[in-house]
Design a protein around this ligand. Structure first.
Ligand SMILES: NC(=O)c1ccc[n+]([C@@H]2O[C@H](COP(=O)([O-])OP(=O)(O)OC[C@H]3O[C@@H](n4cnc5c(N)ncnc54)[C@H](O)[C@@H]3O)[C@@H](O)[C@H]2O)c1
Length: 296
């Protein structure tokens, strides 16, 4: 298969590109390197196009995994967010239509906002920031495109992804990564009062798995991609203490954000039934594997 991975220098995209190359596919990465990290692609032997989603690569490709996006959720420049995320996606879809390629693309649990958990695909989205809004609009665009072209276009609503390759994301890296760095530096992990906020943390290999499964179905739907379990920030510190053989108590700080998801938790019923998605790692397994990889 000839496969295009947009955003392939980023966290999820690079893990996906490497996994696909391992399966002997002919993989091309397209990334404008606005946020990704070349270090993620040092072991990648396929083609890398340093351009944005408004520049058409030489096709055709059989599958496009579209991961490119502004992922800084605090960007408030609506014009920038919409042009990059929505119009960039529309451009990618126009190539897919010409190539008759199937599309698997990254939406986000940010479309849910503060909806009561567990979050289910059939409920009405309620994004709290323009990042989540751009993903919601992309879902509308994808649905219409699928209806018009009849081509598969599967959206994946990732929850909080963690794993090797997220270092460049700084304060947008997972809490697991950020808290581990503080503890490794000998500091108490700083978390928002009182550490009981919960996240559905999903291990990167499970996200790669969901993408591979999504490339096998002919649907225009969206699917949750999480672990199906909500874990508190206190539980993250506890898991890190276990693998790092430390005994840090969290230091609680006030939460400065107005827009904050207090509890995310994916309902995986549809993903398991339709995609055949089955997450393998809970928090403890994922944190153990992450730490063992030397990337945490
Ligand atoms: N990591 C998570 O927890 C998470 C959660 C929900 C959704 N997502 C979505 O998953 C996808 C991948 O996220 P990530 O965590 O790997 O983020 P990332 O920032 O590491 O990767 C995004 C990549 O896209 C590139 N990019 C941005 N705009 C581009 C454009 N117009 N053209 C070409 N390249 C462009 C960046 O340079 C970067 O390499 C994104 O669509 C993101 O919204 C991620």
């Amino acid at each position: 298969m000839r496969i295009l991975v947009t955003g392939g220098a980023g966290f999820v995209g690079s893990n996906l590109a490497l996994a696909l190359a391992d399966e002997s596919h002919d993989v091309t990465v397209l990334d404008d390197f606005s946020a990704g990290n070349f270090v993620n692609l040092v072991k990648f032997k396929g083609d890398v196009i340093g351009a944005n989603c408004h520049t058409e690569p030489t096709g055709p490709f059989d599958i496009i995994f579209h991961q490119a996006s502004i992922t800084d959720t605090t960007v408030t420049d609506q014009h920038r967010m919409m042009v990059n995320n929505v119009e960039g996606f529309r451009q990618v879809l126009s190539w897919a239509a010409a190539w008759k390629a199937r599309v698997v693309w990254a939406s986000s649990a940010a479309v849910y906002g503060n909806m009561a958990p567990p979050m289910t695909e059939t409920s009405t989205p309620h994004p709290l920031n323009v990042y989540g809004y751009s993903k919601m609009v992309m879902e509308h665009v994808a649905r219409l495109w699928h209806k018009q072209t009849g081509l598969p276009c599967v959206g994946l609503r990732y929850f909080n992804v963690y794993g090797p390759g997220e270092q460049h994301k700084g304060k947008f890296a997972s809490m697991i990564f950020q808290l581990a760095q503080q503890m490794k530096a000998g500091h108490r992990p700083r978390i928002f009062r009182d550490g009981t906020q919960k996240r559905d943390f999903v291990w990167i290999d499970d996200v790669v798995q969901a993408n591979l499964k999504a490339a096998e179905i002919s649907s225009g739907e969206v699917f949750n991609v999480g672990s199906g379990m909500a874990e508190s920030f206190n539980a993250v510190v506890a898991a890190l203490n276990v693998v790092m053989h430390t005994n840090y108590e969290p230091e609680f700080i006030d939460n400065p954000y107005h827009f904050f998801q207090n509890h995310t938790e994916a309902n995986l019923e549809r993903s398991m039934r339709v995609l055949g998605y089955a997450p393998r790692a809970g928090l403890m397994e994922g944190v153990r594997e992450y730490y063992g990889s030397g990337s945490l």
